[in-house]
Ligand binder design. Structure first.
Ligand code: NOJ
Length: 740
């Protein structure tokens, strides 16, 4: 795929001032004309003057001057046709007229926002995910952006960590597939096309394993776990031709990722032969001083470049320190050439040397603002990301002719909140967001009444609005409660130690429940929350994440049955914070509990069941799916044979629906212990009511491979359990023998 991107870029933009040369030749020629300072300049990235996600080093006037002197290679947070043009004009005043790269966090949509990424992952729909990034890229590129800092492919097993909202959850396989779909969506037909942006696999590496779920915290883990759980999505991204990588804030086994030679030089640029460039995270080069890994800016710069960081995002140490380091012989010039060369390569591939303004186009920008097709898609994607957790007595879907509906909760009339964290393009455009209230109102019959009460805030202890909410509920035939955590309570630097509904929302729910009215609870969050009382006492619950621009419409489509929810959880939902980290693919241990409630001298808590409240892969539908007996092509395989596993899934309920059929395996014995289950495949199938579908998977020895204690990646002869089912707990199992 890398080759294809390259060829596309080359054929489209090969003819220019540099003639018919390969990109490598052009880069070499350009490098030969550059001073050391100019090369270091290419490795510098400053932020524009909004959206700081860390301490900003740069002052505006000074940055503009630096650009004119060719001392800046890239800007982040500069967007819009006009603004990018203005900055590019400054770069064109520099001696060699090397264009700037404009980067931005386009995380879950741009002008049109889509569900937060964890919600998208709950769709288990790779086609929808790819399409959403295609749209995001088209919109962002039309706003002059060349490069998104996405996808985040960090595996995360700790819902206290606020950034779980930006990833694909706890599973390596699912996360890898989703990461690939995102990269395909962003990079489209290849770098250089006007509707594509460069993608960035981040955060390299293991950022999701921060101790205690506290953002930016240290990571300490075995190399085996690193390779098996945390690195595969990155390796797959590199193989698929992702344009860039971003490293991470954390230290890994004592060495900050930013200067981690093993991770960045030996693996990424060595063994994986990655040709793109690596940008540091915001200020992470300078942060090696507080980490205690570099005594000053000079040493930080030295360690970062030797460790494989090519571009310095907002630490401001490369510009000042790299030329000195080279002159003093502390860094070989070849490393600066290599880093600057990687960055220049991308600028050539993007066609920026042919026309530095080619992405800054007012007409395209206008066309991609408020694009109705994109909104239509956002509505569909939102509804497909919702997970139905409970539907006792089939309360859902609601009839549109219910006489009186009450919407209660702090998010009912919110607009901005529906974007969730990381919706940068939106600050000026809030009227475009469909609130939950408006979405429901639009679909409710004209003769029905929709009442509303806020009930409480999300972030304080104030109960003064309870009474009004209770009175409102009493007038209704059905109450829809919209609760959760505030939209800015997940995301970067948003770790929480308690992950229940924030503020007094649970108390509000209990008060409303006392009215005896049927309640549908919609939960808004960027992470798995803990809500045992609600889960045990409220009959119908949907997990809505944050759904983006069209949130209200997507929600109403599910509430009233235009869409039958088919989402499945991409993370295990714990019963208490004490169970964290909790993940389905754990090891068995020498003393596994045979039942959930077994406590005595087994690996269990004396005060809690072992299993999660809702398992990985879980999600209901308005219809019922029955799995018939699974069929294996053979119970005994040899060498490179292929195992075919199939099952017939029947829709026995009253609605058409979609089911995510999940395939897990267990390697029963190994030279290192293996997880009790590992996801190896999934298929999302649409089945009409009354119909059945045969779903088939293929497994080869590739799927049995694992890293041993010496990091060899191979498989062993032995027995394997093959499991198929509707979630990670509810599976049917057949055993096979597979010998080499
Ligand atoms: C810090 C975040 O960790 C990273 O993901 C993001 O891309 C940068 N800030 C730029 O905003």
């Amino acid at each position: 795929m890398k080759r294809v991107y390259f060829l596309l870029a080359f054929s489209a933009f090969g003819m220019n001032a540099y003639g018919q040369k390969t990109v490598d030749q052009k880069v070499a020629e350009l490098l030969s004309k550059m001073t050391l300072e100019e090369k270091a300049g290419q490795m510098v990235q400053y932020s524009g003057f909004e959206y700081a996600t860390g301490p900003q080093q740069s002052n505006s006037a000074a940055v503009l001057e630096e650009i004119k002197k060719g001392k800046v290679g890239s800007m982040l947070n500069v967007a819009g046709a006009e603004e990018t043009k203005a900055f590019q004009k400054l770069a064109q005043q520099s001696r060699l007229k090397i264009p700037l790269l404009f980067g931005q966090d386009v995380i879950h949509g741009y002008r049109t926002t889509f569900p937060v990424n964890l919600g998208q992952a709950a769709s288990w729909d790779l086609g929808l995910i790819e399409r959403s990034e295609r749209i995001a890229a088209t919109e962002a590129a039309a706003y002059g952006i060349h490069w998104t800092f996405a996808p985040m492919v960090d595996v995360a097993r700790d819902p206290r960590w606020g950034r779980v909202m930006e990833g694909s959850g706890e599973d390596t396989y699912l996360g890898t597939q989703i990461g690939l779909a995102r990269i395909k969506g962003f990079q489209g037909r290849g770098l250089g096309s006007l509707d594509a942006v460069m993608a960035c696999a981040k955060h390299f590496a293991a950022y999701g394993a921060a101790v205690g779920g506290r953002d930016y915290n240290s990571v300490d883990m075995s190399l085996r776990q690193l390779h098996e759980i945390y690195l595969p999505p990155f390796k797959a991204a590199a193989d698929a031709g992702v344009a860039t990588f971003m490293n991470s804030f954390n230290d890994i086994n004592g060495i900050p990722a930013t200067a981690n030679q093993y991770i960045q030089r030996n693996l990424l640029k060595g063994k994986w032969n990655y040709k793109g460039f690596v940008v540091s995270d915001w200020g992470s080069i300078g942060e090696m001083i507080p980490h205690g890994y570099a005594k000053d800016a000079n040493e930080a710069a030295q360690r970062a470049i030797l460790g494989g960081s090519d571009m310095d995002m907002e630490s401001r140490v490369y510009m000042t320190e790299l030329p000195k380091l080279v002159k003093e012989g502390k860094v070989e010039a070849k490393w600066v050439d290599d880093a600057a060369g990687r960055i220049l390569t991308k600028k050539f591939e993007m066609g920026l040397f042919d026309d530095p303004y080619r992405f800054s186009n007012e007409k395209r920008q206008k066309e991609q603002t408020n694009n109705p097709e994109h909104r239509k898609f956002g509505r569909e994607f939102g509804s497909k990301s919702i997970v139905l957790l409970k539907n006792q007595g089939n309360i859902l879907p609601l009839s549109k002719t219910v006489k009186t509906v009450a919407l209660i909760g702090p998010f009912g009339k919110e607009t901005v909140a529906n974007h969730g964290f990381w919706s940068i393009a939106f600050k000026d455009d809030n009227q475009r967001i469909v609130s939950q209230y408006d979405g429901i109102k639009n679909q409710l019959d004209k003769n029905s009444t929709l009442l509303y009460a806020k009930g409480c805030n999300t972030d304080d202890q104030d109960k003064s609005m309870f009474a009004e909410a209770v009175e409102t509920a009493k007038k209704a035939d059905v109450v829809i409660m919209t609760l959760g955590e505030g939209h800015a309570m997940s995301g970067e630097a948003k770790s929480r130690s308690s992950i229940g509904f924030s503020g007094v929302q649970e108390d509000l729910l209990k008060e409303i429940a006392k009215t005896g009215k049927p309640i549908v609870l919609m939960i808004n969050a960027g992470r798995p929350l803990i809500f045992n009382w609600a889960a045990d006492n409220i009959p119908a619950i949907t997990y809505n994440w944050w759904l983006g621009t069209e949130a209200g419409n997507s929600i109403a489509d599910v509430l009233f049955g235009a869409v039958n929810p088919g989402g499945k959880l991409p993370m295990s939902f714990p019963r208490t914070e004490g169970q964290i980290p909790i993940y389905y693919n754990h090891y068995n241990t020498g003393r596994p509990a045979k039942t959930n409630t077994e406590r005595n001298y087994v690996s269990a808590y004396i005060d809690l069941d072992n299993d999660p409240k809702f398992p990985f892969g879980y999600g209901l539908s308005y219809t019922d799916f029955k799995y018939s007996d699974m069929v294996l092509s053979s119970a005994s395989l040899k060498g490179n044979q292929t195992l075919t596993v199939s099952v017939t899934v029947s829709n026995t309920g009253k609605y058409d629906g979609e089911e995510v059929v999940q395939l897990y395996i267990r390697d029963l014995f190994g030279k290192v212990v293996r997880p009790v289950k590992e996801l190896k495949g999934f298929q999302k199938v649409a089945i009409k009511k009354g119909e059945s579908r045969k779903v088939e998977f293929k497994l080869t020895p590739e799927d049995l491979k694992f890293f041993d204690d010496e990091l060899n990646f191979d498989w062993e002869s032995g027995e394997f359990d093959i499991m198929l089912g509707t979630n990670s707990q509810n599976v049917q199992t057949k055993r096979i023998i597979w010998t080499q």
